[in-house]
Design a protein around this ligand. Structure first.
Ligand SMILES: [Zn+2]
Length: 313
């Protein structure tokens, strides 16, 4: 992981995109300190914490979670005593979180079911032992303004896009947006409950803020071109999926057939299955929060091939 300063009093910690869970984080070193997102497990978050301590030695007073997927909040307990801030809908997801089940899955690389074994392989760089998901201590609905010793920070709810609770963190001066998983950069997005329409609007909102730097949930830093390209990707997959839906192909066959087109260079192309399923959900007239069969989607996605082998850790 790499600590990088992107503005006065603003650092990011970027994890190289090595597949599932390699998320990014941020630190605002003003007014007691504010961390945007922790990492998926305790060893990675401890490393993150010591990098942040090198530029902000005092304990950080606040952690903001952009959403409640584990790769953005399972490290919360490493910032003991900090206020944990998140959008209200995070509570529902947190209540379903089971790190110990993920740890058990991680050990199943030799499982007889090839999909289970392949999924376990995706988790090989993580260690989910000892995690106790920490619920937010401060919730907001539409927005929350913070004043960090004169530096304004806006938390804006933009979901349901990637999840119901998606929030972005905007620093008007110096012009930084922490986009959470509303922006995946150069890697294929996953999505849970939410709609294409709201996800598109969330991306437009980020562009309208005219940030100089966008910190995506996954992948390298970008400017507004990252949000625009993400929007174009979602529209492309939705349109391609509609054609497949009308041809009565199922989600697996559609995911196999859709040409990645201009996005062929993005990592983890198998994750297209999540957007194809979302498109089918909408074409079937189902609600944005209809339950997502995560196991079934991973099973289809992994049957498409989990992408090129990654370099060793
Ligand atoms: Zn994520």
């Amino acid at each position: 992981m790499e600590l990088r300063q992107i503005a006065r009093d603003v650092h990011v910690c970027l994890q190289e995109d090595r597949g599932l869970g390699c998320s990014n984080s941020g630190l605002v070193s003003r007014g007691g300190g504010l961390v945007v997102d922790t990492f998926w497990d305790l060893p990675h978050t401890r490393e993150l914490r010591s990098l942040y301590a090198s530029v902000h030695p005092e304990p950080v007073q606040r952690v903001v979670n952009t959403h409640a997927n584990g790769d953005h909040c399972w490290g919360n307990q490493c910032f003991a005593g900090a206020e944990i801030i998140a959008q209200r809908a995070s509570l529902q997801r947190l209540a379903r979180e089971r790190p110990e089940a993920m740890e058990a899955l991680r050990g199943m690389t030799g499982h007889a079911d090839p999909a289970v074994a392949a999924f376990a392989q995706l988790l090989r760089d993580w260690d989910f032992r000892g995690i106790t998901p920490v619920a937010p201590t401060r919730l907001f609905d539409e927005s929350l303004q913070l004043d960090l010793d004169g530096l304004q920070v806006e938390l804006l709810h933009v979901g349901p896009a990637h999840t119901a609770e998606d929030a972005i963190v905007h620093l008007p001066e110096p012009g930084v947006v922490f986009a959470g998983d509303v922006v995946f950069r150069l890697c294929t997005p996953i999505g849970w409950e939410g709609s294409f329409e709201v996800w598109g609007r969330a991306l437009e909102r980020i562009v309208e803020l005219e940030p100089a730097v966008i910190v995506p949930g996954h992948g390298p830093l970008c400017g507004v071109e990252g949000a625009l390209e993400m929007k174009a990707y979602l529209e492309y997959v939705r349109d391609e999926a509609r054609t497949c839906f009308e041809a009565e192909l199922d989600v697996a066959e559609a995911s196999r057939r859709i040409d990645p087109g201009p996005y062929a260079g993005w990592t983890e192309p198998w994750r297209i299955v999540f957007q194809v399923e979302r498109a089918y959900r909408e074409l079937r007239g189902e609600a944005w929060d209809a339950p997502v069969d995560a196991v079934g989607l991973f099973r289809i996605g992994l049957s498409l091939g989990a992408g090129p082998p990654r370099p060793p850790a």
